[in-house]
Design a protein around this ligand. Structure first.
Ligand SMILES: Cc1cc2nc3c(=O)[nH]c(=O)nc-3n(C[C@H](O)[C@H](O)[C@H](O)COP(=O)(O)O)c2cc1C
Length: 180
């Protein structure tokens, strides 16, 4: 099984902590030797915003030279994808959205039947509508692409070290990785 983890945070904080916990969970599995984990950190990737030119319709890749083809290749190859993002203004980070928009270049070729897991981390309490809004967005994307949402986890953590002190949540994230 190939697992792709896309980390949407630009800082080494809660999202990275969540990604590491899920990775530990995957690595604890009895079949771990047969699992290949690839992590893509959105920060530092050179992704130009989609301009809606539709040139990708005939090229199956963005007409502009950026890192999106290699990311789309990794998405295409993956059996399972974990999307982990902080909440920025009631949405996913711009870094992650840039990557998602470029799925458009290969929307019919990415492959259906993948499992996805989502981790959304915000500085507001869990009753804030932002978590529902973002998880719904992932749900719609998954439905459109024929993917199955294996888990959707929302976490309230604000300061970069908050999640590293939340032992129960970390154990839950490890379990989600182990059961993916
Ligand atoms: C530009 C920006 C916008 C943010 N907007 C929100 C928001 O709308 N709702 C929220 O709950 N937290 C918001 N936050 C707080 C982050 O979601 C929170 O600190 C999160 O833990 C950051 O994750 P990280 O440590 O992985 O970077 C925002 C933070 C930044 C920097």
């Amino acid at each position: 099984m190939k697992v792709l983890i896309i980390n949407g945070s630009p800082r080494k904080g809660n999202t990275l902590t969540a990604v590491k916990a899920i990775t530990r969970g995957i690595e604890s599995r009895t079949d771990a030797a047969d699992i290949e984990i690839t992590q893509i950190d959105a920060e530092g990737k050179n992704i130009l915003p989609c301009k809606g030119c539709n040139a990708c319709g005939s090229m199956s890749r963005c007409i502009f030279a950026d890192d999106s083809p290699e990311i789309n290749e990794a998405v295409e190859a993956a059996d399972a994808i974990i999307f982990a993002t902080p909440v920025y203004w009631w949405g996913v980070t711009a870094q992650l959205k840039l990557i998602i928009d470029k799925f458009y270049a290969r929307a019919t070729k990415l492959g259906s039947g993948k499992k996805i897991g989502t981790v959304v981390i915000g500085g507001a309490e869990l009753d804030d509508p932002e978590y529902e809004i973002i998880q719904k967005q992932f749900e719609c994307i998954a439905e459109y692409l024929g993917w199955e949402v294996a888990f959707a986890k929302s976490i309230f953590a604000n300061d970069p070290k908050d999640l590293s002190q939340m032992e129960d949540t970390l154990a839950e994230l490890e379990k989600l990785g182990a059961e993916l």
